[in-house]
Design a protein around this ligand. Sequence first.
Ligand code: F6P
Length: 359
Amino acid sequence: MKKIGLLTSGGDCQGLNTALRGVAKALYEASEDLEILGFHDGFRGLMYDEFRVMRPEDFSGILTLGGTILGTSRQSFKLMRKPLDDARPDGPDKLDAMLRTCEKNELDALVVLGGNGTHKTANLLSQAGVPVVSLPKTIDNDLWGTEITFGFQSAVDIATMVIDGIHTTATSHGRVFIIELMGNKAGWLTLHAGMAGGADVILIPEIPYQVEQVLKALKKRQKQQKRFSIIAIAEGALTKEAASLSGKDKKDARLSFPSVAYQLAYELEASMGQEIRVTVPGHFQRGGQPCSYDRVLATLLGTSAAELIVAKRFGFMVGMRDGRPLPVPLAEVAGRRRQVPPDSPLVGSARALGISFGD
Ligand code: F6P
C-alpha cells in the first residue's frame, strides 16, 4: 500500500482545501491501494507525529471551503536545527523529528502546501531524502518559480471590494483614505487591487516612496477639484529613508505606530487640510471561499502534484509557467522571492494613468 502524507503550512489562504481535494481525488483515481495521512497544523504535526488517516469522503464538499481542513502553523525555518524540546537540548532537533515521522510511517510521498518559509523547510526535507512534492500557496503571490500562487486572486478580489466600498464613503465625505493591504515584502496584492479599485496612489515595498511625493499627488487632485483620494499601501511599503536602514532600524522606525498606514496618515495630516482615515482589512483578505480562478488553479496544481507522485518524481514544486503547470526544483524555489519588478508593465500602465507610486 502506498502512503502519502499531506500538510498545509504557514499562513492560510483561499484554495488550500481545493488543492488538497485535487491531489487526493487524483491519487484515489490512480490507485485503490492508497492511504493518505493528513498531518495536523503543518510541520508541527510532522514533528510530533500527529495526523489522522484520511478517507475519500474527507475530500468531498471542500472545493469551495476557505481555510484548511488540516490546520496550519508557522514554524520558523531558522529553528529547524534547534531542539524539538527546549527541556532536552541533547534530544532530536526539529528536522530529525520530522525525518523520524516520515520513516516511522513509511511515507512514499509528502505533499507540502505552502509559501516562502515553507519552501525552505520543504527543500531541507527533500535534501534529507524525503520524497517531497509541493504546491505554491500565498495571497502575496511572491513565490519564485511560478507566475501565480493560489490564494492571490481571491485576496485581490476582497481587497478590490474594500477599495470599491471605501470609494463611496470617501466621495460622500470628501476624505483621503489610506487602505493598508497585506504584503510585507511584495506588493502584488496592493498593485493589482489598487489598479482594479482605481486607487490614486499605490505604495509597495519594491518602490520606496517619499511622503512629499505622495502629498504632491494628493494636492494635485485637490487642485483638480477631486473631492477624495484613495491611497492603497502595502503593509511592508517603505519610505526611501527607511529603505536605506538596516533590518532592525527599519523596524524601530515604525515602533510608535500600529502600522505603516497610520504612520503615513500622521505624516500627511498637518499638510493636507483634508480629513484622513485609515482602513486595514487585515486577515479578512485571506478568509472565506476561493474565487473561481483560484478553484481552477488550485485544482490544476493539485492534480499535477498527484501526477508527479504517480511518476515518482520528487523534489519539485508544481509552478505555473506560460499558463501550464511545470515542476520546478525545490532547490531553485527555496530562499528566493518573486517581487514586483519596478519596470513591470502593470506599474507602467498605472503610471500612464497618472497613479503615483510616491517616488
Ligand atoms: O504570507 C501571507 C501573509 O498574509 C502576509 O501578507 C502577511 O504579512 C502575513 O501573512 C501575516 O501573517 P500572520 O497570519 O502570521 O499574521
